[in-house]
Ligand binder design. Structure first.
Ligand code: NDP
Ligand code: MG
Length: 380
């Protein structure tokens, strides 16, 4: 029985993680959960799973929640998330919170030698060197939840690192994949939120439309698999059936395929190294699908992908700036305060303004993250 702490329980990945736990009560038990402030979504989850500890973003949410659950321990904020991630009563952290707010809990869980399933890619983008350094030091393996990284992780089973030629990460293209740059002028929030293949949280859906999601995934892959950026390729793949591939030294290519359903990579991260059954999963039927489509990435059409490669290559605090600027810009777009194309403009300006600091420690990263967020707000 694995006792699980789940950060981001009310989100898209959080709810699907709970579904995996629900389907395997003999394997998994939810010890603690964290969410932001989505009180009404959290109540039925707390009633059903009865976690011993709940963490919320702010005091107001804690006060409201205490009225409903008088015998549950309720903690607040980042310190609360750190506490439930290192608790001796938990074996595994599933980090499915949105944004770099997940960083400190990840680092703390590594130091406490917990098993970690990581969906929270922003953590690896903003401070990949710190996370991987700690993981090596404490001999903790990070189990990827992101479908592309789960695919690569699965293709690497039993393979030698030095025999990898390149990683080939697939990208659906997001909501606006068929639009030209000119057609992106004036697209609405509602249009941007309609992803063709996946149903996900709002921020990552916008990241998919700008292609920043793929950029963040390139940096995530660089850290998780210790592969130079020059050996990471992105290709557009319309159907999201091939979740990613690896080309090896002998030119063999390994791929992992499946119907798009995040519960598959989530379950694999939770059950690794075993595989559990998933009777209700929609099985892949290639005959029904008939054709798979691929296209070269257009870096002019998707400048966010280029910016992510540039930030990754530059290293130091540049990926922190890329990530924080993106989080802020997407949040402004979601609030209807800026246009879709303004997202990339703001990120570009933040990066242009920043002189990267080499090998930053946690304090520097937190400082640069906050400065970047302020800078983006000041552009308004
Ligand atoms: P959602 O926006 O659906 O959910 C985010 C979760 O984080 C919610 O539970 C939210 O709580 C919580 N949260 C947000 N801010 C805070 C905070 N300050 N403190 C505590 N909790 C907070 O996101 P997704 O589930 O889509 O994505 C989560 C992560 O997984 C992201 O890093 C994303 O890139 C990654 N990912 C997601 C995929 C998907 O299919 N959705 C696929 C691959 C990766 P509340 O509801 O109360 O706001
Ligand atoms: Mg992904």
């Amino acid at each position: 029985m694995k006792r699980i702490t789940l950060l981001g329980a009310t989100g898209s990945i959080g709810l699907q993680t709970l579904d995996v736990i629900r389907n395997h009560p003999e394997q998994f038990n939810l010890y603690a959960l964290a969410f932001g402030s989505n009180f009404s979504k959290a109540i039925p989850l707390i009633k059903e799973f009865q976690p011993k500890v709940v963490v919320v973003k702010d005091i107001e949410t804690k006060e409201k929640l205490s009225l409903e659950f008088s015998s549950t321990s309720i903690l607040v904020g980042n310190t609360g998330m750190v506490e439930i991630s290192v608790d001796p009563n938990t074996d595994m952290l599933v980090n499915a919170v949105m944004g770099s707010v997940g960083l400190e809990a990840t680092l703390a869980a590594i130091k406490a030698k917990k098993k970690i399933a990581i969906a929270n890619k922003e953590t690896l983008v903003t401070a990949g060197h710190l996370v991987m350094e700690a993981a090596a030091k404490y001999q903790v393996q990070l189990l990827p939840v992101d479908s592309e990284h789960s695919a690569i992780f699965q293709c690497l089973n039993g393979e030698k690192h030095q025999e990898i030629n390149k990683l080939i990460i697939t990208a659906s293209g997001g909501s606006f994949r068929d639009k030209t740059r000119d057609q992106l002028e004036g697209v609405t929030l509602e249009d941007a939120l309609k992803h063709p293949n996946w149903s996900m949280g709002a921020k990552i859906t916008i990241d998919s439309a700008t292609m920043m999601n793929k950029g963040l995934e390139v940096i995530e892959a660089h850290w998780l698999f210790n592969i130079p950026y020059k050996q990471i390729e992105v290709i557009q793949h319309t159907e999201s059936v091939i979740h990613s591939m690896i080309e090896f030294a002998d030119s063999s290519v390994m791929a992992q395929l499946g119907t798009p359903d995040m519960r598959v990579p989530i379950q694999y991260a939770l059950s690794y190294p075993s595989r559990l059954d998933f009777p209700t999963a929609k099985k892949l039927n290639l005959v029904d699908i008939g054709k798979l489509h691929f296209k070269e990435m257009d870096f002019v059409r998707f400048p966010c992908l280029q910016m992510a490669f540039d930030a990754g290559e530059e290293g130091g605090t540049m990926p922190t700036v890329l990530n924080a600027a993106n989080e802020e810009a997407v949040s402004l777009f979601l609030q209807g305060k800026i246009s879709f194309l303004m997202i990339e403009t703001l990120i570009y300006r933040a990066m242009e303004n920043h002189l990267s600091i080499k090998d930053p420690d946690l304090e520097t990263i937190i400082q640069v993250d906050q400065q970047t967020r302020k800078l983006i707000s000041s552009y308004l």
